[in-house]
Design a protein around this ligand. Structure first.
Ligand code: PRT
Ligand code: ZN
Length: 304
């Protein structure tokens, strides 16, 4: 274990004297993961007190303490057990190479760690990286990648604005996070290889006690219900009774669709749940099968 303390100790943060076990979670203080992390906790019924500019806060609605930290420090805090769990990008987790378990992928903060070269440069494969100077904020992941590919190259660690390195003659190649690709484009670079696909994950310390595990299970149950709800929509429609069978056959539902008689004789209201992946296709099929007045409603939680 790395005993070197590179970050500000939070030892006094976890005090407070309360005897009740609290799950201590580390989330990004500000930046790309902050809003979604706090939103996810809220959607799980975990409301946080005075979040603004705080180093830590507590929830009144769940036994939880929240530490707001730089994302780079989160894996270390979780490995050390200063925080029990954390929300961090896979890119940071694997770069820091700390001992923490991934509990759940959270579906936000999606990006990829990619190799990019100048647009004018020809790139035929990883062998082209041999002997090159590579600028990156991810020296560990890059060196692991190069080792696996038997490539020897020079890694230059830069903490920010990696994309300008080739333009100022600092490097031939960059390895950086990409989401839309516009940063690379604006800097005359092209993406040629992906090293890692990344998203925000919930991580946990390897040795949680029984009570902490129970609280984590509770949280995970809620996170899964929130995630599932986001992938599904509640659909209501009217249908003439003679077309019900065809319509029902198109609908999956949690058990089977709900069918209720309408005030108008010969008509029914059909309710069901559709997954995002097949949503539009199903709506078209339902319409063609005779469904009318189709309403689509978001689902807040989905407990199976
Ligand atoms: O202050 P702190 O250290 O906590 O934050 P930070 O500045 O290190 O990180 P931050 O807030 O920028 O990002 C936090 C996490 O968001 C990252 O570790 C990733 O897991 C995730 N994420 C998702 C991204 C991106 N998408 C992303 N596009 N992080 C950074 N970028 C940057 C990238 O570095 C590049 O500069 O955005 C640019 C590329 O974006 P496109 O859309 O132009 O391709
Ligand atoms: Zn960071």
């Amino acid at each position: 274990m790395n005993t070197e303390m590179k970050y500000t100790p939070l030892s006094d943060l976890s005090g407070g004297g309360a005897s009740e076990t609290k799950l201590r979670i580390a989330v990004q203080k500000s930046g790309r993961l902050y809003d979604e992390s706090v939103k996810l906790l809220n959607e799980c019924g975990i409301e946080l007190r005075n979040v603004k500019d705080r180093l830590k806060t507590v929830s009144d609605t769940f036994p939880m303490e929240v530490f707001f930290l730089r994302d780079d420090d989160i894996p270390q805090y979780v490995e050390d057990g200063v925080a029990d769990i954390g929300i961090v990008g896979e890119n940071v987790l694997y770069e820091k190479n700390k001992a923490a378990d991934v509990v759940e992928k959270l579906g936000f903060g999606k990006c990829r760690l990619s190799i990019a070269v100048q647009r004018s440069q020809t790139y035929e494969g990883v062998q082209n990286l041999d002997g090159k100077r590579i600028a990156t904020s991810y020296p560990f992941l890059v060196s692991e990648f190069l080792k696996k590919q038997n490539i020897i190259a020079e890694i230059h660690e830069i903490s920010g604005s990696v994309e300008i390195a080739p333009g100022i003659g600092l490097a031939d190649v960059v390895v950086d996070l990409v989401s839309s690709g516009s940063t690379l484009l604006m800097n005359g670079l092209k993406e040629v290889e992906t090293i890692l696909q990344s998203q925000a994950v919930l991580i946990k310390n390897k040795t949680l006690n029984k009570q902490q595990e129970i609280l984590l299970e509770k949280l995970l149950f809620r996170i899964k219900a929130v995630k599932k709800a986001k992938r599904n929509k509640y659909v209501l429609m009217n249908a003439p009774n003679d077309k019900l069978q065809r319509i029902i056959a198109l609908l999956p539902g949690m058990k089977s669709p709900t069918v209720l008689p309408l005030a108008e004789t010969g008509w029914s209201s059909v309710h069901s749940v559709l997954s995002e992946d097949e949503f539009w296709e199903k709506i078209e099929q339902l319409k063609a099968a005779g469904a009318e007045g189709i309403l689509v409603v978001p689902i807040e939680k989905m407990v199976m």
